[in-house]
Structure formats: structure tokens, C-alpha cells
Design a protein around this ligand. Sequence first.
Ligand SMILES: Cc1ncc(COP(=O)(O)O)c(C=O)c1O
Length: 408
Amino acid sequence: MTSDLTHQGISFDDTPLGFNTLSIHLGNGVDAETGAIRRPITLANAYALPYDPSDINWSSSDVNLYTRNGHPNQRYLEAKIARLEGAEDAVVLASGVAALAAVFTTFLNRGDHAIFSDTTYIAAYRLLNQILPEKYGIETSIVDTSDPENVARALKPNTKLVHIETPANPTLKVSDVAAIARLVHDHDADTLVSVDNTFNTPFNVRPLDLGADIVVESLTKYINGHGDALGGAIATTKARTDEIRFTAQVNYGGIISPFNAWLINRGSVTLPLRMRQHNASALAIARHLESLPQVRFVSYPGLESHPHHDVAVSQLARKDSGFGGVLAFGLDTDHDGHNRFVSKLNVITSAVSLGHDESLIVFLGEDDERQYLYPPEFHRGFFRLAVGLEDTDDLIRDIDHALAEAGL
Ligand SMILES: Cc1ncc(COP(=O)(O)O)c(C=O)c1O
């Protein structure tokens, strides 16, 4: 009985359960058939129908029917994500991009206007800057949301959605979610504010507590944390998750596989432990990089030199929150010098993605089509470094020896 209460995240006294306890127990439970204390992976595509199935709504996501309509492993993970984000409900889909597309396609209709951050993950940019305007007649404005005044100026009578990515990939610009939510809702209480919280995770920042309506997470990154499964989540009200399930899950088919949902549920058990290490290591490395003469600039919200450091501090969800594991920096060298440096790294791997156990680095060259949207220091080429869980000293030594071996 006690364990059932714990698995539903209900406290046994007046003190709410903490983030660590919830990360471990939510989404888990005793398997009714075997008594196993880990939930099994349910891989079946279909579920037994009742004697008379004729009144079933085949588009429903409320009953066990067909895996695309929803499945147990998805629901266990959803219960955990909703609670960690402070939301009434959550939907888990096949990837972070499936989650972003679900928000845009569920809540935007032909003739609506949407505002979005000038730096976002590339697929959000493609969807909002190209695919939705060209194919579906949705009007969009790219705005530097790190200044809330820019959002205020871009609002129109038909603005239905303001989508913010903070910290933004790859510039690490930070937007003031509370200020933006306030001014958007003053303009029109029905205009939705959605926040891509992938870089922060709910351990560091909870956008719904700051006034956002919808939070999107790529579960592929920190929440899974092991670099072996794609997934995405949207946390918001039950009324909105119902709409998303109908549109993006059942009818566009963006359902997550049971295996990936199970993997992400398992990975997320250690989210708070991992985030503390990512936060601490990234801050130490950002400070080290800032002290090196070969480094032209470092962008990390935890540094006092970051233009939105105070906003980043004001958003932290708890005492042990930090500023995430991703930073950007540029070397005082040319295109080839940046590539030479990467080729000399031994511990840090040159690959896309972030939020994994291992550290990953990507060189983003001068020719990126979105350079014009980035601050000037990014125009000579730069790195996105996703600091992993290795010993911080090993990562710092790796950077130092690669600089020396690259002749920098
Ligand atoms: C901020 C952010 N949002 C969304 C995504 C997309 O997530 P996924 O790769 O799970 O589709 C990414 C991927 O890197 C990301 O960095």
C-alpha cells in the first residue's frame, strides 16, 4: 500500500516528496501479474476488444486499443514528466521534434500568427520559418526573445502562440519566461506561451511555474541521459494534451515506441544526480575557458559575463539548480584551427546531440545559414560543447592538451 502511494508521488505526511524521490518512484510500480518491482515493457501492438466493440471511438487515446492510441510505457513516463514539470498532464511522443511539431500543428490554424525565438533548434526554425507558413498559411515572426520588449512589439491581434527556446541552441541566449508570459497574457489571455526547456530540464527551471502555458522537452537529451533513445514530451493542461493526442499522436502518428519510453523512464531515474554534475562541470569548464588567452568568447548562462546571467539566476527552480551542461565558445583562430583542435581531443567526442553521459562537441562553421541571427562573436565559427559526466579535471586537461597539440 505504501509503495503504491509513493509510486503515485503522494506524500505520507504534510511534506511533499522531493525531486529525487519523485524521479525514482513515479512511473514505476509493482507489476500486478508477476510482482516484479520494475514495470515491464509492453510491446504488443493491439489489446483485446470487449464482447461488443461497436461503440469504441477508434481515435480515442483513453483505452488500451492499439499502440498508436497510447500504451502503458508511454503513460508511466507521462505521469512522471507531468509531475516533475508541475503540469496537470503530459504527452510523450517519438522525439523532441515530434513534440514541437505537435504543439505547432495542434494550436495553430490557417491565418494565425506565431512568434518564435531567433535562435532555436533547427527543426523548430524550419517548421516555423518555412513549412508552416508555406504549406499551411500560418504567419510567423522571428524575434530576439532575450529582450521581452521585442515580443511586445511583435504581438498582433491574431497571435496565437509565442514559442521560446531558452537557453537557446546553440547561442545559449536566455529569455525571461516570466516577463514574456506576463506581457503576452496581458495582450490576450488565450495566446499560448510555449517554452522548449530541453537545455534546463525541470531540475533547473520549471517554465510552467514562471507563467508559461506549455513546456516542451526533448527527452532524448538530459531526461534520458544515456544517448540511446529518442523521445519528446509536452506538459500542459489535460484539455490541451487531449487535443495533442488526437492530432499529433493518433492521427499524425507521432507515438513513442514502448521500448524507448521504457529506456527513458529508466534513464530519468538519475536525472537530478546527473544534472548536478552537468551543472557543476559545465560551470567549471566555462570559467576555465574564459581564463584562456586562446579563447575568444564563452557563452554560458552561469557566467557573470553572460548578458542574461541575472535572468538565468532568477529562473532557477531550487537551491541546487544550475545552468545546464551546454556552453558555446570560439577560439582565436581560423576555420582550420577550430577543426585541428577538435581532432586532438581524446575524451570529448566530435558528434551532435547533448545531455549524454559522454561529452560531445560540434564545430559550427562561418557558413551556417542562420549566422545573421546570431550575435557577432559567433560569426567566425564556434563550438557547442555538451559537457558530460566524466571527471571535470579530465575534460579540462583534454581541452588544454588539444589546444597545445593543435599549436594554438
Ligand atoms: C533545444 C532542442 N529542442 C528540441 C530538439 C529536438 O529533439 P529530438 O532530437 O529529440 O527530436 C533538440 C535536439 O537537439 C534541441 O536541442
